[in-house]
Write a protein of this length. Structure first.
Length: 106
C-alpha cells in the first residue's frame, strides 16, 4: 500500500468517526435543551395533579368504569415511564385498580 492510499483510508475512517461524534454531541445538546425548556417538568406536574385528582375522585366514589381505569393506567405509565415521575402515585393507582369495575362508561 502506498502512502497516499493509507492517507485516504485514514481520512475516510477519521471523517466517519468525526461525523458520528458530532451527531452524538448534537443529540446530547438537544436532549439537554429539551430538559432545560421545562416542558417535561410542566407536563409531569400537570399529569401528576390530574392523576391525583382522578384517583381521589374514584376512590371516594368506590367504583370506576373499565375505560376510565384503562385511561388512568395509561396516564400513569406515561407519567412514570416517559416523564420519569417518582412513585408518589403508585399507591393511589393500586387502590384504584382494586375498585369495583363497571361496564364501559358513556
Amino acid at each position: 500500500m502506498t502512502d497516499s492510499t493509507t492517507t485516504i483510508i485514514i481520512a475516510i475512517i477519521g471523517s466517519g468517526a468525526f461525523s458520528t461524534l458530532v451527531s452524538l454531541i448534537c443529540r446530547l445538546i438537544e436532549k439537554h435543551i429539551e430538559k432545560k425548556s421545562g416542558v417535561n417538568e410542566t407536563m409531569r406536574l400537570l399529569l401528576k395533579d390530574r392523576l391525583r385528582h382522578l384517583c381521589t375522585h374514584y376512590i371516594r366514589q368506590g367504583w370506576i368504569y373499565e375505560d376510565e381505569l384503562e385511561d388512568i393506567v395509561r396516564m400513569h405509565e406515561c407519567y412514570h415511564d416517559k416523564l420519569h415521575g417518582n412513585g408518589y402515585l403508585d399507591t393511589l393507582i393500586k387502590k384504584v385498580k382494586k375498585l369495583e369495575l363497571r361496564g364501559i362508561g358513556i
